[in-house]
Structure formats: structure tokens, C-alpha cells
Ligand binder design. Sequence first.
Ligand code: C2E
Ligand code: CA
Ligand code: CA
Length: 730
Amino acid sequence: MFKQLENFHFHVPRFLLNVNIGVRLLTLMGLAASVALLLAAAGILGLAASKESLRSVYEDRMLPTQQLSHIANLMLTNRMLLQASLTEVSIAAPTGQHTTLVMNKLVASTAADAIEKNIDAISALWLTFTSAALTPTERILANRFSANRRAFVDEALRPAVASLRAGDYLETKMLASKAHALYDQAGPALQALNQLQFTTAQEAYAFGVRRYETTRLVALSALGVAILIMTWLGLTLTTSIVNPLKQVIAIFKQISSGRYDTAIAIEGRDEISKVMRALQEMQTKLGVNEEAIHQLAFYDPLTKLPNRRLLRDRLQRAMSVSTRNQLYGAVLMIDLDNFKSINDTRGHDVGDALLVEIAGRIQSCIRQADTVARLGGDEFVVMLVDLSPNEAQAELQAMIIGKKILTAISQPCMLENQPHHGAASVGLCLFLGQNATIDDLLKRADISMYQAKSSGRNALRFYDPKIQASIESRIALEVELRDALPNKQLKLYYQIQMDNTLGILGAEVLLRWEHPQHGLVLPDQFIPMAEESGLIMPIGEWVLQKACEQLMEWSTNPATERFLLSVNVSGHQFRQPDFVAMVSRVLTQTGVNPARLKLELTESVVLHNINDTIDKMKTLNRQGVHFSMDDFGTGYSSLAHLTNLPIQQLKIDRSFVRNIVTNHNDAVIVQTIIGMAGNLGVAVIAEGVETEEQRACLEQFGCPTYQGYLYGKPMPLSEFEVLAMQAITA
Ligand code: C2E
Ligand code: CA
Ligand code: CA
């Protein structure tokens, strides 16, 4: 039904849509009922008329016809009777030459009786006929017949009855012929009257038939017209419901397919119009919500710039366009310099305002087709499209825009009435077609941005694959470091420490990674990784364990029993709540004399959470463990702090030792450190001593203990033990 109506464009009068569907249906049903009633009434009336004409045919016309026929019969009978009685007479007297015409008395009297009776019957019938309502024509004919009948009766029959009774043959004969003549005179009027009855009956009949046919025609045409009208009404009504319903369905389909801008034409005020109105409202609300969801999903709420997701989307599209047109595109990663400190010192509102300002400035540097996105924090990405098909040209174009952005960002701006001079670092990489994934591109731009950042602020750097390679190998190394300890690739090296009398104090334990492919890896390359990944905890504990085991071994030999070992402790490790417990456990497990162990901490570690640090150091001090302040002089430890710290040794950083002979400043610093140690009553050792001049200088300044290449590089245990034996026996 719906399918058929789909292509059926039926005009629906507008007013109909203003009427409720219920009312519409009721009206249609009412109309149908009225039509049925009218049809039935017309039928009934038509039938009644037909019946009436039948009745008039029979009752009004057949009855008088019968009466008239009867009269005619009786009149004919009377004439016959009269004739017959004469015949009897003539047969009854056939004798002699002179026939005496004598009547048969019995026959004559019987005929007279019969005639008399018939006369009465005729009178009665005529009276009945004439007393009925007659038309003027009938009345004229009736009057004419009445006169004839009376003449027939009065002038012929009644005298004939008398002459019959009298037996007067001649008289009777004369009257019989008179009756014959009068009968003939009366006949036409009666016949005409009778004919008139037939004619009228025929007319009534014909009228009845016509009436029946008219009724049938009217009924059939009324039925046809009613069917047409009802069909039209039904179709209009159905269309007036179905069409809006189809529209509703179409709108629902649109909505479910994610479109909320379908124009809804609401024409009426019926139930469906109300549904459509509600639908329209719903559509608008859904549209608003969808817009909000879209905004949230694809845009940064603060700057209203596209977010990472939308950027990826656009990059994807830009890359396929670039595949087609073979034009280069570029990705610029922009990171504001010192943004964190603005956020921290001047508050997040100021930080936000700055980001919004910067977003606007970056946007003003690019074309319509390009995209600025904010990835979060102070990180912006610019995507440039449709650059040159030539790589060098494209690079130049991208660089010009990058510089423009840097200049825009470095323009001073007012933040809460205070001027701010911003700067940024920009990393840049090109793309052509799908020569790299989106992740690759973002990574490349990120790497070059970090390059820019580390090369000084307000800089721009192009992506360099070599740098990426080194980063990637670093990442690979990080993965391998996880297995270095279980795979026994970590080794302890020992660097000898001596005093000014060439007596051996012991050694500093330095970690080495014997990598199966890369050979010996130095701690500066992997300790930061271990710290980042948390691997420093198991590694640091292993170093301590090994060092203590070594001390135990040495303790059984009088030549080595007094050796000390310095173990480096990373800040991450030291800050563990169970650091002290871990050290104590290793000490008891190995049974080593804690006084043989020295833990090296750097200033930054010590100063981090000074009270906690002091607690930890004091606890271990009480167990006999000593502490050395590593790389001393490079940090910022104030004297006030130093006096509070339970330190037993200061280790002069090798950067001061390196130039102690040539650089006056460094010499002064070293002298100060040595003086400080003297005042605090702690020992002092210099690291990085490479030449005798440096050693002599240090000794002259009052530093009696040394570590450095002058005595030996960090070396495996076996070599160290050889070196130590030589020194002892020397
Ligand atoms: P550090 O504690 O300052 O160690 C001294 C560094 O100076 C060692 O580098 C050593 O080889 C080097 N060195 C010694 N004498 C000289 C010299 O005369 N001239 C020069 N130029 N250098 C000299 P290394 O072994 O590469 O260690 C680097 C850093 O790695 C160490 O600095 C230390 O901070 C860290 N480290 C080493 N082993 C461990 C460890 O087991 N645990 C922790 N947490 N850190 C460690
Ligand atoms: Ca050290
Ligand atoms: Ca050091």
C-alpha cells in the first residue's frame, strides 16, 4: 500500500491537515453512512412508487374492467335470452299454413326471470362502478353509457320482460330487435370505457416500470458517484496521513544517519504535524548536541583550534592529496619556551590567556588551507599543504613560515598588564604523499623540535634522519637494558684511590655494561635510562651487593683487608623509602664491616628533601657507613646545609681538577673546598687527577687523597688486584 502510494502524487487540500486525524476519519465514516442512508431511502421510495403503480394497475383498473366486462356480459346475456325465447317460440308452433305464433310459456317466463335478475345485477354493478372516483373522460363516457343502458333496460328489456310474461310473441319480437339496436348503441360507450381502463392500467404499469428503471438508474449512478467521492475522500485522507508519515520516516532516517539539518515543512495542525513539530525540536537539539560533541571531539576547548584527532584526520587527507598532486607538505611542531614556569609563577589563567594569544598569532601566519592544531599543553602543530613539488623549494617555503611564526610568537604581549616576551622552538619536517605514516611525521617534527630546544631557545630545526637513528638506537638500548642484569652483561670496574704517600685507600666502583654488539657501554649512556625506567633499583642493589661481597673477600687477606670501596648511589635509589633497609639488609647478608663502605651522593640528591636525607644518612652512619659528597663544587649546596649533613668526605669534581694548574679560578675553588672540608672536619679527595702537576698542586693546597688516570683507569677486578699488588710491593 505504502509502496503504491509512494509515487502517487495526490493533492491534499491544506485545510484537511488542520483537522485532527480522528475527526477526519469520523467525518469520512459519517459521510459513508449518510450516502448509504440516502441510497437506501432513494431505493425505498422508488420501490414504494413502483408498488403503488402496481397496486393502481390491479386495484384501480382491473376491478372496474372486471365490473364493466361483467355488465357487458350480462347485457349480452339478456339480449341472447330474449333472442333465445323467440327461437323457442318459432320452433314450438310449426303447424298449419297459418302459423300461430305462440310462445312457450315456460321458456318465456324463465327468460323473463333471468332477464330481470340480470337487470338487477347490471344496476348493482353499475352503481358500484359509478360510485368510484372517475376521471372527467370516464364520467362523460359513463354518462353516455348510463343513458344507453337505461334506454336498453327501460325501453327494451323491461317491456320485453312484460311481453314475455304476457306471451306476446310479436311484441317480444319487436322488443328483441329494439333491444338488439339499443344494445349495439350502448356497446361502444362501454367498450370505450373498458378501453380507457386498459389504457390507464397500461399507463400506470408503464409508469411503474419507468419508476423502477429510474430508481435503478439513480441508485446505480448515486452508487457510482458515492464510490468516486468516497474513493477520492479515502485517498485524500490516506495521503494526508501517509505523506506526512513518510516525511517523518525520512526525517528519522536522516537523523539516524547523522544529519540534523533536514528542512521540515509543517503544513497543518493535526497529530502528525505535532509529531513533526516535536521532531523538529528534537532535530534542532540533536544538532546542537552533535555540534557540541563534534566541537569536543575535534577541537581544543581553550583555543578552539583543531585537536590531535582532527589534525591526524587532516594530515591523512593532506597526504593523499599530496600523493595525487605530488606537492610537498610540512609539519611544524611548536613548543613554547618556559611556558611551564609562566604557568607555575603567574597562574593557570595567565597561562591560558597566553596560549589563546599564541594560537591567534600562529593562525595569522598561515593560509586558509593550512591547519594549526593544539596537541595539549604548550604544544602546537602546524600542517602546511601544497608547497612546491621541489624539495629544496618546499623546505625554503616551510622555513619562511616557521620563521614567521617564531617572529610572531616573540613579539611582546601584555599578560594581566605585564609585558611578556615569549619564545618558541620549532621542529620541521616535510612530507610527500604517503612516504611516512602520520605517527612518523609527528615523531620527526617532535625530534626536530627537541633539537631546536636543546640548541638554544627561539630556534627552528629541520628533521635530521641521523638524529632519529641515534634516538632509535637509544630506545633499542633501553629495551636491552632490561635484560642486561639477568644476562650477566653488567660488570663492576674498580678505579684505584691513593694518598700522597702512595698508600692504597681502595677504589671507586664504576659500572660497565658489556654489550654483546656495542662492546663496553659507559654508565653515562645507560644510568639515566635505568633511572627513568626504574631499573636503577635492582641494578643499584646488585652493585652494592657485589661491592660488599668483594669487601668480604678482601677482608680475609691482610694485604687488602683495609681497602675501602666507594659506591655511587643514584638519587632515584636514595629516595626510595626502603633505601636504608635495603643497605642494612645487604650489609647483614654479606656480613661486611660497614666502615669499609662509602656511599657517594651528589649535592642535588642530598638537597632534594634535606630532612629525610639527613635522617637516612644518620641512620646509616650509626651502622658505620660513611658518605662522600660526589662532584662537589658543581652544585649549589650552601654552607649552612653542609654543616648539618653527616658527611665524612668531600670529593672535588674533576672539572676543577682539570684546569687547576692553568686556571686561577678553578685553583681558588679547589682551595676553598679544601678549606671548607678542614673547617667541617671531613676528609677530602680529588677525582680526575691525570697529571703529576695536578696532584702536586692538590697536595700543596692540602688535599692528600686522589683518584684519576694518573693512578689508573677504572678496570676489571683482576686488573685492579694486579695494580694494587704492584702498588703495595712498590
Ligand atoms: P662519577 O661518580 O663522577 O665517576 C667518575 C667518572 O670519572 C668515571 O666515569 C670515571 O671513569 C671518570 N674518571 C676517573 N678518573 C678520570 C680522569 O682522570 N680523567 C677523566 N677524564 N675521567 C676520569 P664513568 O665510569 O664513565 O662514570 C660516569 C658516571 O656514572 C659516574 O660519575 C657516576 O655518576 C655514574 N656511575 C658509574 N657507576 C655507577 C653506579 O654503579 N651507580 C650509579 N648510580 N652511578 C654510577
Ligand atoms: Ca662517583
Ligand atoms: Ca664524580
